[in-house]
Design a protein around this ligand. Structure first.
Ligand SMILES: Nc1ncnc2c1ncn2[C@@H]1O[C@H](COP(=O)(O)OP(=O)(O)O)[C@@H](O)[C@H]1O
Ligand SMILES: [Mg+2]
Length: 282
């Protein structure tokens, strides 16, 4: 006698790996997720973003034991409707290998009580960290640098994330971000979630994470504060006058407090003027 099978009732939060070349906008786009954000920053690049993302708290570390403590803290203390950005897998992996080398030379203080010279131990640390991310009741976005896999003739076969080799298997979805002129796209390379298909290409030019994925991840909801922040980010994202004109028109139909809307319009006007001056000088 058994109780019959039931569908798992736990909501599926998104666990996503995003890779791409330096400067395509991976960090900026990931941080534009709605809600309260936590950033584990191994890159040291988070400081320029403080003004734009008042909703984000940063932990700056490359140490695996600090990261494990942080994930444990998030499990018990994270605010509801929050998300985590891990930036980046690549620097984390580099740091871990550096620590392994230090350990083998005997210069790492052996307080961590783990035999870092053993690859099995290193793999287990990586696995443990990713299992902890998976168990969090929030969306998790991990960022990686990328490299190319080439054929013998030198042609590009595929782009792959740089980090521990099993990293992609820990995520439900793997995406690649590309920038081409003033357009930005997300390519869905691997996916186990409904509402989106592998191979799909999403145009994210002047769009935030919340706007791009609100149809895809039903648990993600934008509040009025998120919408106002999204529009402030769009002021930063615009790169030409055509984009500004289109967005200002779109803004007219967005529901938000009039005062916030006027402030954003004023910022767009200022940016438009700035772009005109740059165009004249060129
Ligand atoms: N969606 C965007 N639209 C316009 N500019 C952007 C966008 N995302 C990022 N940028 C600009 O590009 C710079 C690099 O972005 P960043 O997210 O740090 O890149 P990555 O993390 O991929 O190296 C940012 O400082 C910002 O000025
Ligand atoms: Mg970055």
């Amino acid at each position: 006698m058994f109780n019959k099978f039931v569908k798992p009732s736990k909501p599926a939060y998104a666990k996503i790996l995003i890779h791409g070349a330096a400067g395509v906008g991976k960090t900026f786009f990931s941080l534009s997720h709605p809600g309260k954000g936590y950033l584990i920053d191994t890159e040291g690049g988070a400081n320029h973003y403080a003004d734009l993302f008042p909703n984000i708290e940063v932990l700056h570390t490359v140490e695996f034991d600090e990261i494990i403590k942080a994930l444990d803290w998030l499990k018990n203390n994270a605010e509801p409707n929050s998300f985590l950005v891990f930036d980046s897998e690549t620097i984390f992996w580099d740091a871990l290998q550096y620590q392994k080398a230090q350990f083998m030379h005997g210069s790492e203080i052996r307080v961590k009580q783990l035999n870092l010279s053993d690859w099995g131990v290193i793999k287990r640390i990586v696995k443990n960290i990713h299992q902890m991310m998976n168990e969090l009741d929030m969306d998790v976005i991990a960022i990686a640098h990328e490299k190319t896999n080439t054929t013998d003739a030198g042609g590009v076969l595929e782009y792959i994330p740089v980090g521990e080799q099993n990293i992609p298997y820990y995520f439900d979805m793997v995406m690649r971000m590309v920038k081409n002129g003033s357009t930005r796209r997300i390519e869905v390379l691997k996916n186990r979630l409904p509402n989106i298909i592998t191979g799909e290409v999403i145009d994210v030019t002047c769009r935030t994470w919340g706007e791009a994925f609100e149809e895809v991840f039903p648990l993600m909801k934008r509040t009025e504060d998120d919408i106002v922040r999204d529009w402030n980010l769009k002021v930063v994202m615009v790169e030409n006058k055509e984009q500004i004109t289109a967005l200002v028109r779109e803004l007219d139909n967005v529901e938000m407090p009039e005062k916030a809307k006027e402030e954003i319009k004023e910022k767009f006007r200022w940016k438009y003027k700035k772009l005109s001056i740059i165009a004249k000088e060129a």
